[in-house]
Structure formats: C-alpha cells, structure tokens
Design a protein. Structure first.
Length: 346
C-alpha cells in the first residue's frame, strides 16, 4: 500500500509515548459513547477486564505476572518499534505464492468451482491444509469427512471455501516452532478462529462482507505470534536469552498488535478495505457503525474463555460493550458454542 510505511513512521514520530497497556484497552477499543462523546467508565473497565482475562489464558499466567514492569524492557521495546517503523521485522510472514490467484478467483463472480479447485491442487501443501481445516469443527457441516478439494468447494460453497482458504493459508504460520511457544500458539490459533467466525456471523447479520471480515478477524492472532517471535530474536541479540518475560510479551502485544496487523495486510497486498477494518478496530470513531470486527473479537474472546473455564465477563455485561441487540448477541454466541463444543467432543 503506497505510503503505508511512511504513515507508520509518522505515527511513531508524532504520537506521544505509548501509554501503559493497563491504562487503555488496546485490543478491545469500545466505540460506544455517552451523549458527551465520552466512553463510559464502566465500559472501559469491562474491556480491560476481558483483555486481562484473555492474556492470562494465552500466556498461561496469573494477573500479577502481567503487571510487572522492568527498565530492561526499554531497549527491547525500542528495537521492536524501530523494526516496525522501518519495515525490518524478520518474523512478518511472507505472502503465500498462490494467494493472489486465489483472491482473484474468489472475487470473480464468474469463476467456477473447477477453476478454483485447479488453483488449490497446484499447491500440494495448501491442499492438505485446506482438507484439514475443512474437516475441523470450525467448518465441518456434517458427519461425513470431506475427502477432496472439489468436494470441499461443493459442500461449503464459495463463501465457506473462501474462509477455509484464509484459515488454511495462516495455519502453518501459527504452528509452534518449539515447545516453549506451543501452548501460546495453540491458544492463539483457537482464539483467532473463534473471533474470525464471530466476525463472520455478525457480518452476515449486517449484510456485510463475511469473507473479508473473517480474514480480518484472523490477523490479530497472527500478529500475536509474529510479535512474540520478533521479541525472541531481539532478546537473544540483546540479552543472550531468546525467551522474553511474560509481562514483556503482553506489553509489546498491547502496544503494537494493530501496527503488526497492518504490516501483515500490507505485506500480503490485501485490498484497502482490510486496512480500513483494522483501523476502525484500533481507533473507533464515536458511535461508529463499522464495529463488526470489534464486536466479533469481544464475543469470540468471551466464548473461548468460557469454553476454557477461565475467568470471564458476566453474560449481562456483553451488551454494554457490543453494538448488537441481545437477540443478535445470543445468535452469535449459540453458533460459537456449537463450534467449540463440537471441537471438544472431537
């Protein structure tokens, strides 16, 4: 995207130093405001609570370990910021070779099932990933196993296979490289898929682009593993140890997750609307209408924590954060619970 990295550089140069992550909900930025245009204090508290619960689960730690700070982090965070600003991140995932052809075929209303199948079959690794994802609880539509790409396209339809392809493309990038990041990667992937499906369900209710919002919903999880791996590189170079502190990981993610999402979207040459979705989630305008990604991540996070028996928000507090009617929220939650319960049985 022309000028995108200049925008990042300008953002860091002109902005005040990033606030403490505990002072602002960097993941869940509520757009609901009072008549005076201010975010209600109780809404901020609820989003902070949900974010803290999520990070405790993702990082497998207690709240006290998320609040510690150290002056030794300064050099690490400065280096991370520099790499983001100057586009020198080593862990930003590169665009899959077949992605442009797939996106063109999926966006072409005249494209038929056979053409799409041939593109997928041209990449054996992607073919395997698509069949695995299509048969996962998040996408499987019945008891019968999907055994071929052509069958997957036929059973799931163009909208369904579009989302399977997005997940299949990102799944290898989320795979753990070692035992130290295995649990984090596993949970981040489950969280990302749940949020993406939630955004898709909400987009369907609102007659929005379900496929684009599903893909956008996966990007935060991919940015988490990207930032964690970049921190490992920086820590090893600066301190001789490649395992960053738990609180440092949370601090870095809270500050830079949306910038990392934008970098990935830019690296993959995703259309401008993806950048717009991410920007709207990072910096929502007062009472903005485009809240699908935010709402999907809030409901998805709450449901994945509920399913994992973690500390969570009371159900009645959800409607204080999301821009949905109670009936709509219930429909999305019911669909997500079915997916998560099916996964547990599997």
């Amino acid at each position: 995207m022309p000028g995108f990295f200049s925008w990042i550089a300008g953002f860091f140069k002109t902005a005040e130093p990033p606030p403490s992550p505990m002072a602002e909900a960097r993941l869940f930025n509520p757009a609901k405001t009072t008549e005076q245009g201010e975010v209600p204090e109780n809404t901020q508290d609820l989003t902070l609570q949900l974010e803290e619960n999520l990070f405790c689960w993702l990082l497998d730690t207690g709240p006290s370990n998320l609040h510690s700070e150290s002056s030794s982090w300064d050099a690490v965070l400065q280096e991370l910021q520099s790499r983001l600003t100057n586009n020198t991140m080593e862990e930003v995932p590169r665009r899959p070779m077949t992605l442009p052809m797939l996106m063109k075929a999926l966006s072409d209303e005249g494209s038929d099932r056979h053409k799409l199948t041939q593109i997928i079959l041209g990449d054996p690794a992607l073919t395997d990933q698509i069949l695995q994802v299509a048969n996962s609880p998040y996408f499987r539509t019945g008891e019968h196993t999907i055994e071929s790409v052509d069958q997957a396209v036929f059973v799931l339809g163009m909208n369904g296979i579009r989302n399977v392809i997005s997940a299949a493309v990102m799944r290898p990038m989320m795979a753990a490289r070692n035992s130290r990041e295995a649990l984090f990667a596993q949970r981040a992937w489950a969280w990302g898929l749940t949020c993406a499906r939630a955004a898709e369900f909400i987009a369907d209710i609102r007659n929005e682009d379900t496929g684009a919002l599903f893909t956008a919903g996966l990007l935060p999880a991919l940015s988490y593993i990207t930032i964690r791996r970049e921190l490992q590189r920086i820590c090893k170079a600066q301190r001789g140890s490649d395992e960053p502190d738990t609180a440092l990981i949370r601090n870095a993610i809270s500050r830079y997750q949306w910038v990392a999402c934008q970098l990935i979207a830019s690296e993959w040459n995703l259309p401008p609307k993806y950048h717009a979705y991410l920007m709207a989630a990072e910096r929502p305008a007062p009472d903005q209408e485009e809240t699908t990604l935010i709402d999907g991540m809030v409901i998805g996070s709450r449901e994945v924590l509920r399913h994992a028996h973690q500390r969570n928000l009371p159900e009645e507090d959800l409607n204080k954060i999301v821009h949905l009617t109670p009936e709509q929220t219930g429909r999305v939650r019911t669909a997500l619970k079915a997916l998560l319960n099916q996964g547990a049985r599997g």
